[in-house]
Design a protein around this ligand. Sequence first.
Ligand SMILES: *[C@@H]1O[C@H](CO)[C@@H](O)[C@H](O)[C@H]1NC(C)=O
Length: 197
Amino acid sequence: MIRISHLMLLLAFLCLSFLTSTQTASSKGNDYARDACKVTRYPDLCIHSLAPFSSVAKRSPSKWARAGVSVTISEVKNVQSYLGKLKRNKILRGRNRVALSDCVESFSNALDELHRSLGVLRRLSRSTFGTQMGDLNTWISAALTDEETCLDGFQGRNGKHIKLLQNRVQNVSHITSNALALVNELATTGLESITDP
Ligand SMILES: *[C@@H]1O[C@H](CO)[C@@H](O)[C@H](O)[C@H]1NC(C)=O
């Protein structure tokens, strides 16, 4: 009788410690993303899209900025291929077709600006940090404007495909806005661990 209750107690203890340890591990990982995402306008989307970078980026503003721009690039590419498909399928007609062509061009510009931004984030240096932060702000803001220009073209229009397009473009514009906030955070805190002349 005593043995069994001891065993139960031991089991309960083991279960409890297992649960608490896994919980701390995962909440700690998310804490990094949660913390980094505090400066963004869409923190839930930020945490959702950037949580996988937690273990690498931890508390490094430069790594979070880079993660933000990388994620934005992949999402812009996703939306771009969706726009391309819509265009090839000739689903939209008339004014909507014109708006779609404008979107395709806007997204191509946005991707260009984001690639340039990632290039800068890959070679951050103390001596040109101020200029680099200025360029990043200019290019990511331009990408955001391009995405908003695309949305403007479809303002007030209806239809299943248009609604989906609007949702996806809005989503990527929020992700871009988050990336811009992470870059601005890097500009504010400065370069933490870059060692160069
Ligand atoms: C918005 O972007 C996130 C992150 O890339 C993605 O997981 C989600 O499916 C997107 N939602 C829409 C509506 O496109």
